[in-house]
Design a protein around this ligand. Sequence first.
Ligand SMILES: [Zn+2]
Length: 127
Amino acid sequence: MHEMSLAEGVVRIIEEAAAREGFSRVRVVRLEVGQLAGVEPAALRFCFDAVVRDTLAEGARLEIVPLAGSGWCHDCAREVAIAAHYDACPACGGYRVQATGGLEMRLLDLEVDDPAGEPCCATTKSE
Ligand SMILES: [Zn+2]
């Protein structure tokens, strides 16, 4: 289940951000997950809850922000919305669609208990 390694990657980013910015408790983790990223949100949630145990993100709420998939249709020569890899082009029905958007997952931001009371924005790409 690759969601487990993704969840571990997210926790690693959170711990690095905590070390850098000096917060000790994470309340909300907001993740953007592309429709074509190959990530099952339910599985990711399950894995996240497992890997945050005994970390500063234990009990944090995971918010998954979906990002629609898109692709470039070589026949229409334009960008079209697709829900999955190898979907047909919704405009012409052709299969020469190359996925261009919604392929990644990234950490949007964190809500933390910050000793300074400052809002924290740890926007870090998770590749
Ligand atoms: Zn097309």
